[in-house]
Design a protein around this ligand. Structure first.
Ligand SMILES: *Cc1c(COP(=O)(O)O)cnc(C)c1O
Length: 373
């Protein structure tokens, strides 16, 4: 449940989302289409708003993890192709088919269930066959993939729309793993070509590969983190962060040297200071492990988060010589004047990745949308 009465909010700049989609599109060129990956509520940014903005900027596909995420987009009136990456329980396959959701398949069992459900619904099931070229998670191992699979997918109840795989290390410093996966995938494609059965869509690249590895593009790239302006690899350039995570100062007190702050009394002032209270805590997704490590921006300056982060609030220490007031903006992620806190800064501080910070921002933080000009 959202709390609009509280100043903590996420501001999502849809112009930045569109800029990032266009940046990727111009990188991959007009022959390659872009799938906007909006799983997990658009990496926390709001699936429907992000999907609409991405489509308006030229994305032609949408990608989600669950059936419900796909249905949410359909209910919002989005009629573009939607690929559901994750598993869909047998009883729900008919719903997916009747809503024209594309599904990822790599088990014969599942394929047969999709076919049976499609027969019941009276509409073909749209499937993408996934090969495990080295991610080692889901997908058909190359040695399991023979011509019999072409017979399985060329079933009148099915529409074989895609051949896909997923990269394990496209964000890493070394190209070797990606090269190897690409070679394996190319072998598979060549086999299928010889069997005379290539589907319309061939796709392998995520954000990092869409920016770095042209060989992986084929005719569709699946772009998540880059669309939000997260860095898909360390040196990625040209992406604009879409998110500003903002709150306000709601309480200030002047305290002397030797004053302890918060649960466990883990922070003690070394001189007179302002201790300001900001109504955001770990229940909003501002992780408790950031306690005594993170910084925030107030009036364009960086200040430390001090003491333990609580469920609903945190404290910031400010030198007594600096001016602050109740109602001042506090930027947790985003830009303020010349200072900037990227999501990667928070993620690196607590040894995680931008994806986890984004998707951890909880539902009670209202999402506000705008265009920057
Ligand atoms: C999440 C996901 C993506 C997007 O990955 P990014 O690194 O965010 O671009 C692409 N493909 C699949 C199968 C995914 O699950």
């Amino acid at each position: 449940m959202e709390s609009p009465s509280r100043p903590t909010r996420m501001e999502i700049n849809l112009t930045a989302i569109q800029h990032n989609i266009r940046t990727i599109q111009s990188r991959v060129g007009p022959a390659v289409e872009v799938m906007a990956v909006v799983k997990a509520n658009g990496y926390g940014h709001g699936a429907v708003s992000v999907a609409r903005a991405a489509i308006d900027a030229g994305a032609t596909w949408l990608g989600v993890a669950t059936l419900e995420e796909g249905l949410q987009l359909r209910q919002a009136g989005l009629s573009h192709p939607i690929l559901v990456f994750g598993p869909i329980g047998r009883r729900y396959l008919g719903t997916a088919i009747s809503q024209s959701l594309d599904m990822v398949v790599y088990d014969l069992d599942v394929l047969q269930s999709v076919s049976a459900a499609a027969e019941r619904v009276g509409q073909p099931g749209q499937i993408h066959l996934k090969i495990d070229t080295g991610m080692g998670r889901v997908g058909l191992l190359p040695e399991w993939f023979g011509q019999d699979w072409v017979n399985h997918v060329q079933n009148p109840n099915l529409r074989w729309r895609g051949l896909m795989s997923h990269l394990a290390d496209s964000d890493g410093p070394d190209e070797t793993n990606t090269r190897e996966q690409l070679r394996t995938f190319l072998d598979i494609i060549e086999k299928v070509r010889q069997w005379g059965a290539l589907p319309r869509w061939i796709h392998l690249a995520n954000s990092a590969a869409a920016m770095r590895y042209p060989g992986t593009w084929f005719n569709l790239v699946r772009v998540g983190i880059a669309m939000y302006g997260g860095l898909p690899y360390e040196k990625a350039q040209g992406l604009q962060p879409a998110l500003t995570w903002r709150s306000n100062i709601t309480h200030i007190k002047r305290v002397p040297r030797g004053f302890y702050v918060g649960y466990g009394k883990t922070y003690c002032t070394e001189q007179d200071a302002w201790i300001v209270n900001v109504p955001v805590g770990y229940a909003d997704g501002y992780r408790r492990t950031l306690s005594n490590l993170a910084q925030v921006l107030i009036r364009g300056h960086r200040y430390p988060v001090v003491g333990r982060i609580s469920m609903d609030q945190l404290s910031v220490a400010i030198p007594i010589t600096d001016d602050v007031a109740i109602g001042d903006d506090v930027v947790l992620i985003g830009q303020d004047g010349d200072e900037k806190i990227r999501v990667e800064e928070l993620a690196n501080t607590i040894d995680t990745i931008s994806y986890e910070i984004f998707t951890g921002i909880s539902d009670r933080v209202p999402r506000l949308y705008g265009y920057s000009d």
